[in-house]
Design a protein around this ligand. Structure first.
Ligand SMILES: O=C(O)CCC(=O)C(=O)O
Ligand SMILES: [Fe+2]
Length: 335
């Protein structure tokens, strides 16, 4: 895998160029920048709302805490911890999660999302993200030289589980360099320590990540060298990554690359970092069988140690996307 910089998929370039850059992303990190995607003006408005929401008092946000039976709600700091391999790591982020199934029911959402056009803005943004994923799926089908609707037909809007959107806030940290050193020391002594967001791979097919104020923090893991690499934030480019489902579908050709959010650099540590993640999941009954493409049909899937997060055991039973999602969600530890 090469990490010198992520490939750029420019949606205003020709289909051939898009195919080439997608192929490049498929063969390297499974991450790419998406430019000229058309969502930038909308994204700015949504970030204003994101900031307004997270500035509300904690008790007000907690009135809409995510419950085990709902697909949307507020997650306080430490509630969702994504590194399932290290139960001592607490994610120092707060989030608000929107499940597609709740998007029509405004009454369940915090007051601030009811004001003026805010709820319509959220819905429009959600739909635009979904449409953008469908567009990428069509380009990917061309890249794999298979039916144009191969992937889109597995992501039908009206079938569960649907997509999920998360507003994310990483509060300022006053960890100085010496505290950073002490934190890593304490992990050896069974203390819980906090980290903006623990290492994980995404569970679904595609993730869109919107960043704000060009504030970096995202890092991707290079399996071949065991090293973390920072991903530069550019507000006008969406960072897109493939999730576990594509690793299954492509017999490991596409990596569901592990990533995390690291502590900010010292000059940025007094600023909040905001991001929006949009997670696309195939319909629950979709089988995780290989894509019928000559690019991968002769491929032998050799699972490396990092694929164990995708393949929890060695039984050869073919999972559905729904079973896989449930298995990953069960492993996300919460307090
Ligand atoms: O906030 C970020 O930069 C990354 C978010 C992410 O990876 C996730 O929520 O799965
Ligand atoms: Fe992620």
């Amino acid at each position: 895998m090469s990490f010198s910089s992520l490939p750029i998929v420019d949606l205003q370039s020709t289909s051939d160029e898009i195919r080439q850059s997608l192929l490049n992303a498929c063969f390297t990190t499974g991450f790419f920048y998406l430019s000229n995607h058309g969502l930038h003006p909308l994204q700015d408005q949504v970030f204003n709302l994101v900031k307004e929401f997270f500035h509300r008092p904690l008790d007000e946000k907690l009135r809409h805490a995510l419950s085990p039976t709902s697909y949307h709600g507020y997650l306080r700091i430490g509630r969702e911890n994504l590194d399932s391999t290290n139960l001592k790591l607490i994610d120092e982020k707060e989030a608000f999660k929107f499940g597609q199934s709740g998007l029509n029911n405004i009454d369940q959402f915090p007051e601030i999302f009811h004001h003026g056009e805010n709820f319509q803005l959220i819905q429009t943004f959600f739909h635009s993200c979904y449409d953008l994923c469908l567009r990428l799926f069509e380009h990917l089908a061309e890249t794999f030289e298979i039916n144009r609707d191969y992937f889109t037909s597995k992501h039908q809007w009206d079938k569960p589980p649907g997509a999920t959107m998360k507003f994310l806030h990483y509060p300022p940290t006053n960890k100085t360099d010496s505290i950073r050193a002490v934190s890593s020391f304490f992990t050896h002594f069974n203390e819980c320590i906090s980290f903006p967001q623990g290492a994980h791979s995404d569970y679904g097919s595609l993730t869109l990540l919107f960043q704000h104020d060009n504030q970096s923090g995202l890092e991707v893991f290079d399996r071949s060298t065991n090293q973390w690499h920072p991903v530069e934030a550019h507000d006008d480019k969406i960072v897109v990554n493939f999730g576990d489902v594509f690793e299954y579908w492509s017999k490991g050709m596409i990596k569901s690359t592990i990533h995390r959010v690291n502590l900010p650099t010292v000059d940025q540590q007094h600023h909040s970092r905001y991001s929006i993640a949009f997670f696309c999941d195939p319909n629950g009954d979709t089988l995780l069988t290989p894509i019928p493409s000559k690019l991968i049909q002769d491929r032998i899937y050799i699972k490396d140690q990092h694929a164990t997060h995708v393949f929890p055991d060695d039984d050869q039973r073919i999972l559905t996307a729904g079973e896989h999602l449930q298995m990953r969600l069960n492993k996300t530890h919460t307090y």
